[in-house]
Write a protein that binds this ligand. Structure first.
Ligand SMILES: [Zn+2]
Length: 370
C-alpha cells in the first residue's frame, strides 16, 4: 500500500481520513479536487469539536501525574491508577459519540469557550459570573441586546440546542476542581473512621475525577477551543488565515499522529506542581485567565499554519512542533497544579465526620460490653 494511504488521520467524528485526503485539501490547486477533499473533511467533522484526540489527552494526564510531589497520595500514582487516569482522559470525548440529544446538549459545550463571542454580547471576561447558570442568563441578555451581532440560528441544524451557547469550559474545570476537593475531603474522613471498603471507594472516585477532569485542561490548551475561529477563520480575514474547516482535526490529532511526541523529551520541561494559593478558594478568575492565555495563541497558531510550519506535507518544523507540544505541557502543568491544590486545600467534611462518629457510637452501644 502506498505510504500516503497507510498514514491514517483520526478525525473528530470518529471516522478515519487518509493522509491523502488531507493532502488533497491542503495542497492541490485543482479547484474540483479541492472542493471534493473539503467535502470529505466537512462531512466527517461537521458539528464536532474535540481536542488532542485520545493519545494527546492521555499524554497530558500522565505528564500531569509526573508533576505531583512525592508526598501526594500514593494510590493516585500507582501503575494501575496511572493507566486508569490515562484512559479517563478520553472519557468526555467518548461521551460525545452518543446519539442522545439531552446528553449532547449537556456535555458538548463543556469542551470549549469562544472568548471572542463575549464582546459581541457586550461582555468582558472579568464580568463573567462564576456560577454556570447565572452566566447562561447573563450571556442570553447580552445576546438579546446585541442581536445584530449574532447570526440567526437554523433550528434544523441545531438538534441538540447548543448553537446559542458559546461554551462552558471554564465552569466545567472549576466544577471538577470542586468535585475533586470534595472527594479528598471525604476520603480524609473515611481514612480516620471509615471501613476499608469506604476508603477504597473514595480513592476510586478520586482517580475517576482526576482522569475526567484532565480532559478539560487538555481542551483548554487547544487554542481552537477558545475561539469562534474553531474550524478555520471566519468573518473579516485581513491576514488571509486559513479558512480550512479541517484545521481543527489536524491540530487535534492529525499533526501528532504524523510527527509524534516524545514524552521523554517533554517530561524534563515540566516544573513540579505548585498549589494555587490566594485569598479565595474561588478558582474561576484563575481559570478564566488561563483560558485567555490560550486564546492569545489563536493568531500565532494561524500564523504558523500560514507559514507552513504546521504542515503535514513538509519536513517537521521545530517551531511548529514546539508550539503544539508547548500547549500540551501547559495543560499538564495547570492540571497538576489544580490536582495538588484540591488535595492540599480540601477542608474537613464535618457533616460526614459527625455521621461517622454517630455510626461508631451506635455500633458500640449495640455491641454487648464485657
Ligand atoms: Zn473535549
Amino acid at each position: 500500500m502506498p505510504v500516503l494511504q497507510r498514514l491514517k488521520i483520526y478525525n473528530p467524528a470518529g471516522a478515519v481520513l487518509t493522509q491523502h485526503a488531507l493532502n488533497l485539501f491542503t495542497t492541490m490547486n485543482n479547484t474540483l479536487a479541492r472542493f471534493l477533499a473539503l467535502a470529505v473533511l466537512v462531512t466527517a467533522t461537521a458539528g464536532e469539536l474535540r481536542a488532542w484526540d485520545y493519545e494527546g489527552h492521555r499524554l497530558i494526564n500522565q505528564l500531569a501525574l509526573d508533576t505531583l510531589p512525592a508526598n501526594f497520595p500514593a494510590f493516585a500514582k500507582s501503575p494501575a491508577a496511572r493507566e486508569r487516569i490515562g484512559f479517563l482522559a478520553g472519557e468526555a470525548d467518548r461521551w460525545r459519540n452518543t446519539p442522545e440529544l439531552a446528553f449532547k446538549h449537556c456535555n458538548g459545550p463543556d469542551h470549549y469557550f469562544d472568548l471572542d463571542l463575549l464582546a459581541p454580547a457586550g461582555l468582558t471576561p472579568s464580568q463573567l459570573s462564576p456560577f454556570r447558570y447565572e452566566f447562561v442568563t447573563q450571556f442570553e441578555k447580552g445576546r438579546a441586546a446585541n442581536a445584530q451581532n449574532f447570526p440567526a440560528i437554523d433550528p434544523l441544524k441545531d438538534s441538540d440546542k447548543t448553537k446559542a451557547l458559546i461554551g462552558f469550559l471554564p465552569w466545567t474545570i472549576v466544577e471538577y476542581q470542586a468535585k475533586l476537593k470534595s472527594a479528598f475531603s471525604y476520603l480524609k474522613e473515611y481514612e480516620l473512621a471509615g471501613t476499608p471498603e469506604e476508603i477504597a471507594n473514595a480513592r476510586e472516585n478520586i482517580i475517576y475525577i482526576m482522569g475526567v477532569m484532565g480532559h478539560f485542561l487538555g481542551d483548554a490548551t487547544q487554542p481552537l477551543h477558545t475561539t469562534k475561529h474553531h474550524h478555520g477563520w471566519v468573518g473579516p480575514n485581513p491576514n488571509a488565515y486559513s479558512t480550512n474547516y479541517g484545521i481543527h482535526s489536524w491540530i487535534d490529532g492529525g499533526y501528532i499522529q504524523q510527527f509524534g511526541v516524545d514524552t521523554n523529551k517533554l517530561r524534563p520541561k515540566l516544573r513540579p506542581a505548585t498549589a494555587i494559593t490566594g485569598p479565595s478558594t474561588n478558582f474561576f478568575p484563575t481559570v478564566v485567565n488561563f483560558l485567555q492565555d490560550q486564546f492569545k495563541q489563536v493568531e500565532p497558531l494561524y500564523e504558523l499554519e500560514k507559514a507552513g510550519k504546521l504542515s503535514g506535507r513538509r519536513e517537521l518544523s521545530q517551531v511548529g512542533h514546539d508550539f503544539i507540544t508547548g500547549q500540551m505541557l501547559r495543560a499538564s502543568q495547570m492540571l497538576g497544579d489544580l490536582w495538588l491544590t484540591a488535595w492540599q486545600q480540601a477542608p474537613p467534611d464535618m457533616f460526614l465526620r459527625s455521621a461517622l462518629a454517630k455510626r461508631k457510637s451506635a455500633h458500640e452501644s449495640a455491641s454487648p460490653t464485657k
